[in-house]
Design a protein around this ligand. Structure first.
Ligand code: SF4
Ligand code: SF4
Length: 445
């Protein structure tokens, strides 16, 4: 590599990482549009969750085939990108296989990378078949059309191209390493269990041509990785990064425990307390105790963890495939709840970018423009989606906050629910009988 190549490489690297960090900053800003919620408690349990669920993928293997294939692709992604470190150092300083001095360790590392690359290629083909030939039901829901469907395929094609370039790069390098008497800077280093079978395709080519091809594969490989990295922001594959903070900050409360509004709980407790003087003036609520809005009608009303959930969703559909409402033909899909939340959040973010840091109301909200009341009321609050999610996302918490808005701000609960709540208020029970008539049943015999 000439000095000019090193400078060009530094510029390409700078643009790649620069654009990536601009988008990461945007995600951070958008997530912080959510309301505050404290998730600093019990750090030991949080680290454990992150290690088991994000790193160890413990929830993925509940469905063994998809789980094991996913682990292969994930390991391939992480470990092969360790090799990126060598590429970056070589590219910046004009060295070649800088870590070759590690000797046997280096050989083992390169051999491991190659085997993983081969396994990734096999896994990617199986993933593609599941989506496009077998057409698993959970990949075919109504929200999985257009970009979400294509996005899943794009990333598979990306993986194939990157792994192939990696193997071709090694194969051409190996060919030049084997030139009798040595060739240029191609020192003998590495062990190539897969690319040794590709290497013969370069037989008969002039060494200079093979060297040029090696450089082309090398450049395409690193530029491909940088494009992949920047594509993440626009893709469901952002979970590669966000699964870690998402599992760390996930709710540790037992499933099924709802976060009652403190102000409302206090009010109800007061109503039920026989010692309270009903004629005494109620104490004024402390500042900030009563929220400016009950529940959520738009993304800014959700908390920041719910917004982080939306960016982390892998669109795998495990939640939807286990959702009783979805299974019985209702309009609800918990995956769509997460996808809609992310889409709306992105729309709000673009509005802020356009208006120099200020959100200008756009006559739209998450409720109605993205998620309908019909979807929200179809939820049985069974928690199956939360249990199934491989990265600890809770679509249910968003559903409940939006329902809370419908009930408490708009009195827009479905008729049977309204009737039940009126009965509880008037009769102390969900039925429409007067409290004094409760024991009438004993007179019937
Ligand atoms: S909690 Fe609601 S959305 Fe989640 S699985 Fe149950 S019914 Fe479906
Ligand atoms: S919420 Fe979880 S289970 Fe549902 S699609 Fe997203 S990642 Fe998959």
């Amino acid at each position: 590599m000439s000095y000019l190549d090193n400078i060009l490489f530094a510029i390409v690297l700078g643009i790649g990482f620069g654009y990536f960090f601009i988008n990461i900053k945007k995600i951070y800003r958008n997530v912080n549009l959510g309301i505050a919620v404290d998730r600093k408690d019990n750090p030991a349990a949080r680290w454990k969750n992150m290690a088991m669920i994000a790193l160890g993928q413990s929830k993925m293997v509940k469905r063994p085939i998809a789980g094991i294939l996913h682990i292969v692709v994930y390991l391939g992604f992480v470990i092969i990108n360790i090799e990126l470190l060598e590429i970056i150092i070589d590219g910046l300083f004009g060295t070649h296989r800088i870590f070759a001095f590690l000797g046997t360790t280096y050989n083992v590392l390169i051999a491991t990378f190659e085997i993983l690359a081969g396994l990734v290629l096999i896994a990617v083909v199986i993933f593609w078949l599941r989506r496009n030939v077998i057409r698993l039901k959970r990949f075919m829901n109504r929200e999985m059309v257009g970009y979400p469907k294509n996005d899943a395929n794009y990333i598979l094609y990306f993986e194939v191209v990157l792994m192939t370039l990696f193997l071709l790069m090694n194969a051409s390098d190996l060919h030049l390493q084997n030139v009798p008497g040595g060739f240029s800077h191609f020192i003998k280093a590495g062990s190539f269990p897969i690319s040794q079978f590709i290497e013969p395709i370069f037989n008969g080519m002039p060494n200079e041509t093979v060297m040029l091809l090696t450089e082309v594969f090398w450049w395409l490989h690193i530029v491909g990785i940088l494009i992949f990295m920047n594509y993440l922001y626009f893709s469901k594959h952002l979970h590669i990064l966000l699964a870690f903070p998402n599992t760390y900050f996930a709710n540790l409360d037992p499933q099924g425990e709802f976060d009652n509004l403190e102000a409302v709980t206090k009010e109800v407790k007061m109503m039920m307390d026989p010692n309270v003087d009903p004629f005494a003036a109620a104490p004024a609520p402390a500042e900030g105790e009563v929220p400016s809005k009950f529940g959520a009608s738009d993304v800014q009303d959700l908390n920041w963890v719910q917004l982080l959930n939306a960016y982390t969703c892998t669109e795998c559909g495990r939640c939807t495939s286990s959702c009783p409402a979805s299974q019985t033909g209702k309009k609800l899909s918990p995956r769509k709840i997460m996808m809609d939340t992310r889409d709306r959040l992105e729309e709000v973010g673009r509005n802020i970018d356009k208006n120099k840091g200020l959100f200008i109301p756009d006559e739209k909200t998450l409720l109605n423009d993205y998620i309908t009341a019909e979807e929200l009321w179809a939820c049985t609050s069974c928690n199956a989606c939360v249990e199934e999610c491989p990265v600890n996302i809770s679509p249910l918490s968003i559903i409940m906050d939006m329902r809370r808005y419908l009930v408490m701000e708009q009195s827009a609960a479905p008729m049977p629910l309204n009737a039940m709540m009126t009965n509880i208020e008037n009769n102390g029970a969900p039925w429409q009988y007067n409290q004094q008539d409760r024991l009438n049943w004993k007179d019937e015999n």
